[in-house]
Write a protein that binds this ligand. Structure first.
Ligand SMILES: Cc1cc2nc3c(=O)[nH]c(=O)nc-3n(C[C@H](O)[C@H](O)[C@H](O)COP(=O)(O)O)c2cc1C
Length: 139
């Protein structure tokens, strides 16, 4: 299996954003289950950070579709590596808006932003730790 993490920038206007995200999540829930793709989509002030996991051929096929999607730009792969077990097996595409995450400290959010905004070189474990911390359900 393969895990891919990338980030990109949303292209639309703030007025279109909620609807665009809703449509993206509709596509994800329709298609990802069928291909046993799982993962997380984070939105943070105009940036998307998406983690995809599944069979290599499925991850590659979806990524080539996503790369052509005009709703975003500046797509940058953060890591792409082989995995043995899934990290997000329960979610065909978990959505999380970082801006609405008031349980996150400003410091954690800044550190996470450094990962994708400044092309920060991180190990996949480090990036995963942040993502898991972000999306964990409030207690
Ligand atoms: C940031 C971003 C993430 C996306 N994630 C997914 C995804 O996980 N699964 C998916 O099927 N489409 C995803 N899409 C949408 C695809 O680019 C494409 O529009 C969609 O797969 C087309 O399938 P449909 O005709 O069934 O809607 C994403 C698009 C963007 C901009």
């Amino acid at each position: 299996m393969q895990m891919l993490l990338y980030c990109s920038m949303y292209r639309g206007s703030p007025f279109e954003r909620d609807r665009d995200i809703e449509m993206i999540l509709d596509s994800a829930s329709r298609n990802n289950k069928q291909h046993q793709l799982t993962g997380v989509l984070l939105y943070d002030e105009g940036a998307f950070i998406q983690l995809l996991e599944g069979q290599k051929s499925d991850v590659d096929a979806l990524m080539s579709i996503i790369k052509q999607d005009t709703r975003h730009k500046k797509i940058r792969i953060i890591f792409y590596e082989e995995i043995r077990v899934r990290e997000f097996e329960d979610w065909s595409m978990k959505y999380f808006d970082c801006g609405k995450a008031n349980r996150l400290s400003a410091e954690s959010l800044e550190r996470f932003r450094a990962i994708y905004l400044n092309n920060f070189k991180v190990s996949s474990e480090h990036a995963l730790k942040f993502i898991k911390h972000m999306v964990q359900e409030p207690i």
